[in-house]
Write a protein that binds this ligand. Structure first.
Ligand SMILES: [Zn+2]
Length: 291
């Protein structure tokens, strides 16, 4: 029911996206010249802190979770269910890198040097994405990979309301194994996972089962492992993530917006429980039940 209502609300266009875009434009103009911004001149300049009644718009959620936890998968499924875009800042960076946009060369240098992409660049990419989405009639979002720092969280809070921040968690031994099991098809770019998790419950703690995500036969002989998916690098990545994310988690916890969700297993085990925790029905299940 909640999902259906939200889908209906998706018809109403929110203005908070453009107000965010306008705000970040004002921030980034200090860093970038106006000509870099590529803002469509047809977009009206709207008030900076206009906030639409949550009843008149769709969800505005944030997904947090360490690399390898599968947050992209869950965010993407929820975005389909709720009819809002799943906006992953990692995708925005990759798209810009593969384009000939004004930031692509600057980004390539940063990434090649193994540096972190700055708040300003991330915010600019997100701003471009939200403006493009608003032009298409989007009225909500699920953010994935943003905000990553307190400063980004503060910028977001200045201009729009985040309803809920979902922090996906997975026990660290399982997470490590899943990260080491990642494979990419060198031909089609498909993502797979050869790790098979089957932990027996003991001393009252529940077991955990996560099936591997095996490639179709056409990809099986073309699998490669990312060079940075080694145990040492993965552990360091998790350490850095935890250090960075804790302040952001604290930021939202103190505002009563953080929902901690411990993944109980793979997608078949976790998806129904996540929906339950979010008080959502699976639209597809309902449709097929009604048919
Ligand atoms: Zn393939």
């Amino acid at each position: 029911m909640a999902a259906a209502n939200r889908l209906l609300r998706a018809r109403a266009r929110g203005s908070s996206l453009s107000s965010m875009a306008a705000y970040v434009r004002s921030l980034s103009s200090a860093v970038f010249s106006e000509s870099d911004l590529r803002v469509p001149s047809s977009l009206p300049h709207k008030p900076l802190s206009f906030r639409r009644d949550p009843k008149d718009r769709n969800v505005q959620w944030v997904f947090l979770g360490c690399p390898g936890v599968g947050k992209g998968t869950y965010a993407s499924r929820l975005s389909n269910l709720l009819g809002v875009p799943h906006i992953a800042t990692g995708d925005l960076v990759r798209e810009e890198l593969s384009s000939s946009g004004p930031l692509s060369q600057q980004l390539a240098e940063i990434v090649n040097q193994g540096k972190l992409v700055s708040d300003e660049i991330i915010i600019r990419l997100l701003s471009q994405r939200l403006e493009a989405g608003e032009a298409k009639g989007e009225s909500g979002f699920i953010l994935d990979g943003f905000p990553r720092t307190i400063r980004q969280a503060e910028i977001l809070e200045e201009v729009t309301d985040i309803d809920l921040v979902i922090n996906l968690k997975l026990r660290e031994d399982v997470l490590l194994e899943k990260c080491l099991g990642r494979r990419i098809c060198s031909q089609c770019g498909g993502n797979f996972n050869v790790a098979s998790i089957d932990i027996k419950g003991e001393n009252g703690s529940p077991g955990m089962y996560m099936a591997p995500l095996l490639p179709p036969p056409r990809c099986a002989s073309k699998l490669i492992t990312r060079s940075d998916d080694t145990e040492e690098v993965v552990k360091e990545r998790l350490r850095v993530y935890n250090e960075m994310s804790q302040p952001v988690e604290g930021f939202y916890r103190s505002r009563g917006k953080l929902m901690e969700f411990d993944l109980p297993g793979g997608i078949p085990e976790s998806w129904p429980k996540l929906l339950q925790a979010l008080n959502l029905d699976d639209h597809d299940d309902k449709q097929s039940a009604a048919a």
